[in-house]
Design a protein around this ligand. Structure first.
Ligand SMILES: Nc1ncnc2c1ncn2[C@@H]1O[C@H](COP(=O)(O)OP(=O)(O)OP(=O)(O)O)[C@@H](O)[C@H]1O
Ligand SMILES: [Mg+2]
Length: 591
């Protein structure tokens, strides 16, 4: 992505703000014009003084006072313009543009498939968005409040210098072209190093986000020193690269600034000489002093802006790359919406995780997997850890698409249906229940459009077992449960998860180790609740504890991504050796 691409993307992205941007540029330009006119008025006063007529001739005194008054009016007008500009900035830019960019980023973020989310660290993604949007705002500010006055000052200074003395003007134009060349070279040299610095920054933000998130665990493992040292190693590398890069860059910038000063002072010496020779008058000298200074100011602005731009450019590039990322799950424009709930069929499904593919793993996780789950059936999935049970649940929710074969519901391939409508009909309870730092009511109502009433919640509480600990909640349904539900026990969290799944009144229920955190008695109670809620619904119960799936209509026995056998408990116990071993291993503890 080159500089032009970046600016054109920013231009398109900020479309709703174009009017305000234009208005601000006009104001900023007007302020620069007022400054230029003011200096011209004052230069006229200098000319009058130098002519020596100020004291002796009343007529010229009047003119001098008029010039001064015009300049004063200019200064006062400028104050009003600046105040209007600042108000516009507060009202139309600061928070408004920040919110707008956040909305765009989050909307895009939520279009990614679950697979894409799993495969990239959330801390890094958050960093890309935070730094990218901050850099876009920074560059916009730079463009409006720095670059516009710079262009205005630069143009006016060139015109002024050309008017005062054509050769002086040409001298400055040649100098400016050479300066632009130096800045371009500076930019090209610096860019690769800034990219490396940015990679180090990504690594630090990944570690930092995990430290903040998992602080209690780090403390339990007494891994504070190890974690902090790991962070400090990466920070040191970042520091070294940053210092060496910027040391060289700052030297280069200083050379560019010295060149600017050379231009200024050589022109001042020359102008004193040409004044002495009578080619220009003192008013012109005033303008040369002033505008050569403005020129130097512009050079400083450009060098500072370069420093900022190079940093921002990498952030913005990464941000646009994220915005350009297409979701790897494609949706049809006119998906099937009606009668999408029915039998779930896996036909010759082959699947492997795409990220594993990159690492050179050729073995597929699911190999020609075929089965049908009839509508209203209760299916148990058992098998050793890593055999692909949770992956099957994810495929049903279309978190990933299989590389081969098809998955369908009621005869429609998942790729053809309205997946949002389908997901609304699925209630899931995962191994690790995700809870928000919100109230119990909000957590249970999360998949619904509106909050559940106390009566509705009470009914669900009985089914899910939440009523068992309800009396402990200090504000009842409106008790906030902390980050990730940290104010609840593991079993309580799982019951809230079950309640949330039931609240949707779904047609399909997926329990993935939903009762694994419960004690035996609670498990039995929740199990009853699950059994009750499964009536008339398709249910998929994934469990290691076979007592959980014993009563299922059929149990699918998974091994190494393959379906070894499927039947009810009694038949499997007799016919499937592997299942038989699994059962015996758990006897007499749980079954
Ligand atoms: N996002 C992922 N990227 C790469 N590999 C993955 C990913 N998620 C799971 N796997 C791998 O896929 C295999 C199957 O995982 P899965 O979670 O489906 O197993 P499981 O049968 O549910 O195991 P468990 O009973 O322990 O929950 C495992 O070997 C796991 O390492
Ligand atoms: Mg699992």
């Amino acid at each position: 992505m080159n500089n032009e691409d970046i600016f054109s993307r920013i231009f398109k992205l900020t479309k709703p703000f174009h009017k305000t941007i234009l208005k601000t540029i006009a104001i900023v330009g007007a302020i620069a014009a007022i400054e230029a006119t003011n200096s011209f008025f004052l230069s006229q006063v200098f000319n009058l003084i130098s002519e020596g007529n100020l004291i002796s001739e009343g007529f010229n005194l009047d003119i001098a006072l008029i010039w001064c008054s015009l300049s004063m009016i200019g200064v006062i007008t400028r104050i009003f313009f600046v105040s209007y500009r600042d108000k516009l900035q507060t009202k139309e830019f600061e928070t408004k543009i920040e919110n707008y960019l956040d909305q765009i980023s989050i909307n895009k973020f939520l279009t990614f498939s679950n697979g894409q989310h799993i495969n990239q660290h959330s801390g890094v993604k958050q960093n890309i968005v935070t730094m990218g949007t901050a850099s876009i705002r920074g560059q916009l500010g730079m463009f409006i409040y720095w670059l516009t006055p710079f262009v205005a000052n630069f143009t006016v200074s060139m015109i002024m210098l050309l008017i005062v003395n054509i050769w002086l003007g040409i001298y400055y134009i040649a100098g400016a072209i050479f300066l632009a060349h130096l800045l371009k070279r500076f930019h090209a040299n610096l860019e690769p190093n800034i990219k490396t610095i940015r990679e180090f920054r990504d690594k630090t933000s990944k570690i930092k986000s995990e430290i903040y998130r998992y602080a209690p665990f780090i403390k339990n493992e007494v891994a504070e020193t190890k974690t902090v040292n790991e962070l400090s190693d990466i920070q040191n590398n970042l520091f070294k690269k940053d210092t060496t890069t910027w040391n060289d860059a700052i030297n280069e910038l200083s050379a560019i600034r010295l060149f600017g000063q050379f231009l200024k002072w050589s022109s001042i010496f020359t102008s004193i000489y040409i004044l002495h020779r009578g080619y220009i008058n003192p008013g012109d000298i005033f303008l040369i002093f002033l505008w050569s200074d403005k020129f130097i100011e512009a050079v400083w602005v450009m060098t500072d802006a370069q420093k900022q731009f190079i940093n921002d450019k990498i952030n913005i590039q990464k941000y646009f790359e994220l915005l350009n990322t297409e979701t790897d799950i494609k949706y049809l424009d006119n998906p099937v919406k009606d009668s999408i709930i029915g039998d779930i069929e896996f036909k010759d499904v082959c699947f492997h995780y795409p990220n594993r593919e990159k690492e050179g793993e050729t073995k597929t996780l699911l190999n020609n997997l075929s089965f049908t789950i009839k509508s209203g059936e209760k299916i148990g999935f058992v098998g050793e850890s890593g055999s692909g049970k949770s992956t099957i649940a994810n495929l049903i929710r279309r978190a990933f698409d299989p590389q081969n074969g098809s998955i369908s519901t009621n005869g429609h391939n998942l790729k053809e249906i309205d997946i949002k409508a389908f997901l609304r009909q699925i209630g899931s309870v995962e191994q690790e229940v995700i809870l928000f730092d919100k109230t119990v009511r909000e957590n249970i109502s999360f998949g619904l459009d509106s909050l559940l009433t106390d009566e509705e919640l009470n009914a669900i509480a009985k089914l899910s077992g939440v009523h068992k600990f309800y009396s402990k909640l200090e504000k009842g349904w409106d008790t906030t449960i902390g980050e990730g539900g940290c104010k609840l026990s593991g079993g309580e969290k799982q019951r809230v998860g079950i309640a949330r799944a039931l609240a949707k009144k779904p047609q399909i229920l997926i329990f993935d180790e939903a009762t694994s955190a419960l004690d035996m008695i609670s498990e039995r109670e929740v199990q009853e609740a699950i059994d009750q809620s499964c009536h008339g619904k398709t249910a998929i119960v994934i469990a290691h504890r076979l007592s959980t799936v014993k009563d299922c209509d059929r149990i699918f026995v998974m091994k190494d991504g393959k379906l070894l056998a499927s039947d009810n408990h009694d038949n499997l116990f007799k016919t499937c050796e592997y299942y038989n071993t699994l059962v015996k291993n758990q006897m007499p503890k749980t079954i």
